[in-house]
Design a protein around this ligand. Structure first.
Ligand SMILES: Nc1ncnc2c1ncn2[C@@H]1O[C@H](COP(=O)(O)OP(=O)(O)OP(=O)(O)O)[C@@H](O)[C@H]1O
Ligand SMILES: [Mg+2]
Length: 182
């Protein structure tokens, strides 16, 4: 990209609160996301950068070990590497706490076993990831970030993530229709 158009893009994005960096594998998404985030932070625009790629490299680019929660990189820059396993574990721990409040205690071992299996159900990791991304978007608005920048996984993976609500909707509609027939 010519330098002047790159500058124009960076300035244009400077007014955008939510920025997704997407593209196919290895084209420079993480490098671009980290460079943009560092630039806005240097301009004293409070920025949160979130990696949604399970094969993380944002920490390598920023030269700091990142985790599922926020790490402060500099006064205007925070970074997160979403960890699908951690998010799934936290999600199902919450579900278990909710169920425990009203379920028969004798049923709990069976329920726990079922929840354990659900963790590896198709789409569980993507659902957890998407839920966490939405949570960060909501929190970022409250935390007065000027930008939240998502460093995403290669296109195929990210598209699967984004069509998940539609897919789950069709799936649950199918299950409900099946139940009504019985
Ligand atoms: N503008 C650039 N010019 C030359 N090399 C670059 C440029 N941007 C990134 N690279 C190099 O290309 C490689 C891939 O970059 P990066 O990790 O940012 O890509 P990515 O799109 O995030 O990859 P992945 O799809 O695996 O997440 C790295 O070695 C990086 O140093
Ligand atoms: Mg990357």
């Amino acid at each position: 990209m010519a330098l002047h158009s790159l500058q124009a893009l960076v300035e244009q994005l400077a007014t955008q609160p939510i920025i997704f960096i997407g593209g196919k594998g290895g084209v420079g998404k993480t490098t671009t996301a980290a460079a943009l985030a560092s630039y806005y932070a240097s301009q004293q625009q409070k920025t949160l950068i979130v990696s949604t790629d399970p094969a993380h490299s944002l920490g390598d680019v920023l030269n700091i070990r990142l985790k599922n929660g926020k790490t402060v990189i500099s006064p205007y820059l925070d970074a997160i590497e979403l960890n699908p396993d951690t998010i799934v574990d936290e999600h199902f721990a919450q579900v278990e706490r909710t169920i425990r409040a009203y379920a028969n205690p004798d049923m709990m071992p069976k329920i726990r076993e079922h929840l354990q299996l659900s963790k590896s159900a198709p789409g569980a990791q993507e659902a957890a990831m998407l839920e966490s991304m939405c949570q960060h978007l909501v929190n970022a608005a409250d935390a007065d970030y000027d930008h939240i920048i998502f460093d995403t996984a290669p296109t195929g993976h990210t598209l699967r993530l984004l069509v998940l609500p539609e897919m789950m909707g069709a799936w649950t509609d199918g299950l409900l229709a099946q139940q009504r027939r019985q």
